[in-house]
Write a protein that binds this ligand. Structure first.
Ligand SMILES: O=C(O)C(=O)CO
Length: 352
C-alpha cells in the first residue's frame, strides 16, 4: 500500500483505504455491477470517476444544466446521488427521483443538502468526516502565509516587470497568535502545524469548551478575535453560524490581523469584510470559500490584500482518494443491505 509510507499523516488514508481496489470490493458487493443507477453531480477526476463506473451505472452531470437535464430525463431511474456540501440537493429534486435511497456527500460539510427532506422521504445521507482533513489543514497554512507575506500581489507585480516595486517587507507568521472559530479535526490539525512549525499560541471558540486541550477557550468570536493575529474560520455552516464573522469581529481582529476562511462563505459577512479590507481595519484575508460561490462579488476581488482560491482546500489526490473510497464503502454497504459507515448525525439519530 504505497500511501502507508507517505509520512506522519498517512493515518487518514490508511483509515479509509481498501486492500486493493477494485476486485475485493466487487467480490463482496451484493449488487451486480452496473445494476444501480448513480447520479454524480460534482466534478470528478477521471480516474476516481472510473472507480464509480466499475460498480454503478453512472450519469455524470456536474454542471447545473446537465443536472437539470439528467433529472428531467432519468429522475425515476436514480437510486443514489453523489453530491457535495455546496452542490447540495433540494427536496424538489428528491421528489423528482422517487426511487432515491441514498445521497452520498463527497467531503465533510453537507449544508446545502436538505437533510430533513431526505429523512422524511426515507433517504439516507452520508458524508466524509476525516477524509480531507490533511489537505484542508495544509491549504489553510498556505492561505495564511500567502496573505501575510503578500505572495499573490508580489508575484503579480514581478510578472508585470516591477521587480523593485514588488518587493515588500511583510510580517512573520512565526510567533503570531492563532484564533480558531470551530474546534474540529481540521482546526486541530491547523493548530498542530502552527504550534510545531511557527511557535504560535492557540485560542479557539466553539459551541462547547473542549476538555482534552490546553488551548485557550473564548466564549465568543469577538473575544477570540481580540486575542488573535490570525483568525481561522473552521466551523460548520448552519443558521447559528451565519455571519459569525461580522463588522464587530473584524474590528476586534484589528489592523494587524488576518482572516482566513476555509469553512463556508456564509460564516463571514462579505460586505463587512470588503469594508474592513478597504478601510485597513484588518491587514488581509485568505479565502477558500465565498458566500454565493462560484459567483464572487467584484468588490471583493478589488479589495486590497486578499488571496482567494476556488474552494480547493479539500482537493488533493490523497483526499480525493479517501473521499471516493468512503463514498463507495457507504454506497456498497447500503446496497448490500448493511448499515452505512458514516451517516450524517441527523440520519444516525433518526435511525436510532
Ligand atoms: O469537505 C468539505 O465539506 C469541504 O468543503 C472541503 O473544502
Amino acid at each position: 500500500m504505497a500511501a502507508m509510507s507517505k509520512g506522519p499523516f498517512s493515518f487518514v488514508h490508511q483509515r479509509y483505504s481498501l486492500p486493493s481496489f477494485p476486485s475485493p470490493f466487487l467480490k463482496d458487493c451484493a449488487m451486480a455491477p452496473g445494476s444501480v443507477e448513480l447520479l454524480v453531480l460534482i466534478p470528478f477526476p477521471p480516474h476516481e470517476l472510473a472507480r464509480l463506473e466499475a460498480v454503478f451505472k453512472v450519469t455524470y452531470a456536474p454542471t447545473p444544466e446537465q443536472r437539470a437535464a439528467a433529472i428531467a430525463a432519468k429522475g425515476p431511474d436514480f437510486r443514489a446521488v453523489l453530491t457535495h456540501g455546496t452542490a447540495g440537493m433540494t427536496a424538489a429534486e428528491m421528489d423528482a427521483m422517487p426511487k432515491l435511497e441514498m445521497i452520498s456527500c463527497f467531503g465533510v460539510g453537507y449544508d446545502r443538502i436538505d437533510v430533513q427532506a431526505a429523512i422524511a422521504r426515507r433517504i439516507i445521507v452520508t458524508h466524509g468526516p476525516g477524509t480531507n482533513t490533511i489537505s484542508v489543514a495544509d491549504h489553510t497554512l498556505a492561505l495564511m502565509l500567502a496573505a501575510i507575506r503578500r505572495i499573490a500581489s508580489q508575484d503579480h507585480a514581478v510578472r508585470q516587470g516591477q521587480w523593485h516595486e514588488a518587493r515588500h517587507s511583510t510580517p512573520e507568521l512565526t510567533g503570531m497568535r492563532l484564533g480558531l472559530i470551530g474546534y474540529g479535526s481540521i482546526a486541530r490539525e491547523v493548530a498542530r502545524r502552527c504550534e510545531a512549525g511557527f511557535s504560535m499560541t492557540v485560542g479557539y471558540h466553539s459551541r462547547r469548551k473542549a476538555t482534552d486541550t490546553a488551548h485557550t477557550y473564548y466564549e465568543t468570536p469577538l473575544a477570540l478575535a481580540e486575542a488573535s493575529d490570525v483568525l481561522v474560520v473552521a466551523a460548520p455552516a448552519n443558521p447559528q453560524t451565519r455571519h459569525m464573522v461580522n463588522e464587530a469581529v473584524l474590528t476586534a481582529l484589528g489592523p494587524n490581523g488576518y482572516l482566513i476562511n476555509i469553512a463556508r462563505g456564509s460564516l463571514v459577512d462579505t460586505d463587512a469584510l470588503i469594508a474592513a479590507l478597504n478601510a485597513g481595519r484588518i491587514a488581509g484575508a485568505g479565502l477558500d470559500v465565498v458566500d454565493g460561490e462560484p459567483v464572487v462579488p467584484a468588490a471583493l476581488l478589488q479589495a486590497p490584500n486578499l488571496v482567494i482560491t476556488p474552494h480547493s482546500a479539500g482537493r488533493s489526490p490523497n483526499a480525493e482518494d479517501n473521499m471516493t473510497t468512503l463514498a463507495l464503502r457507504n454506497l456498497n454497504a447500503h446496497f448490500a443491505g448493511r448499515p452505512v459507515e458514516t451517516p450524517v448525525p441527523e440520519c444516525a439519530k433518526a435511525a436510532a
